[in-house]
Design a protein around this ligand. Sequence first.
Ligand SMILES: Nc1ncnc2c1ncn2[C@@H]1O[C@H](COP(=O)(O)OP(=O)(O)OP(=O)(O)O)[C@@H](O)[C@H]1O
Length: 266
Amino acid sequence: MNAVMKPFTELTPPAERDILLRASGIEKRFGAVVAASGIEVAVGVGERVSLIGSNGAGKTTFVNMITGYLKPDTGSILLGDRDITRLAPRQITQLGVARSFQIPQLFQELSVLENMLVATACRENRLSFWQTARRDDAVDRADALLARFNLTEHRERRVAELPGGVRKLLDIAMAMTGEPRLLLLDEPTSGVSAEEKFPMMEIIMTALGQAPMTVLFVEHDMDIVERYADRVIAFYSGRIIADDTPAAALATDDVRRYVTGTLRQE
Ligand SMILES: Nc1ncnc2c1ncn2[C@@H]1O[C@H](COP(=O)(O)OP(=O)(O)OP(=O)(O)O)[C@@H](O)[C@H]1O
């Protein structure tokens, strides 16, 4: 059946969604600092979830535990029905979890296309970049992704010559080379000028398309959150203080007090 693609939220009510990511009973301390406490999260296939919170609230710790860079002290993380809590980052990547970084992790002296092919070689677990670079299918797939992210005109340019916003798009395009089931974006528009933010988010969200890929993105700009997330999880002091639609989450006293600062702290 050739159904017209609808936003995921219109397809099925939340209770019936297939759960892709389930974090249960997560606790994480760094010495006396509580970076995660009592974290209970279930994210459905195709959801666009924004993680918000002030500096040090625990957003990156949560992302790092999903990608395997940090291990929780207690609790479990499931991807589908697979327990990934204790797996190494590389194993978790192979299972379909990809991420981009606040500061893009790119090879400055390589071209945009070469960076894409390095990412492809890594996802395919190949030791030789050249093996991948010589394959027409790998180049074709890289070119298709570059086109989706409006990067074709930069294909042959060295990364060192690129403006910040283009580097961020490339970082996300590289994360997409393995066709992930779960994509984690760490502040996709940080460091980008106010005028560029919305056009850039528009490119990202259009390139990511609709279901079935699930996207979690850390974001400090509430205008971006309201426009592009269909759900918000707010962190404060390692705890989740709201988990709801953007409108509902941003209206709570805790989020206004501890995240957006629109309600004075007593
Ligand atoms: N490797 C670490 N060692 C010690 N403390 C850490 C480590 N990583 C994070 N923390 C602490 O854990 C708490 C949560 O940090 P985290 O980086 O998760 O916050 P965040 O919400 O991502 O903040 P930001 O918006 O500034 O990136 C903070 O108090 C931080 O200092």
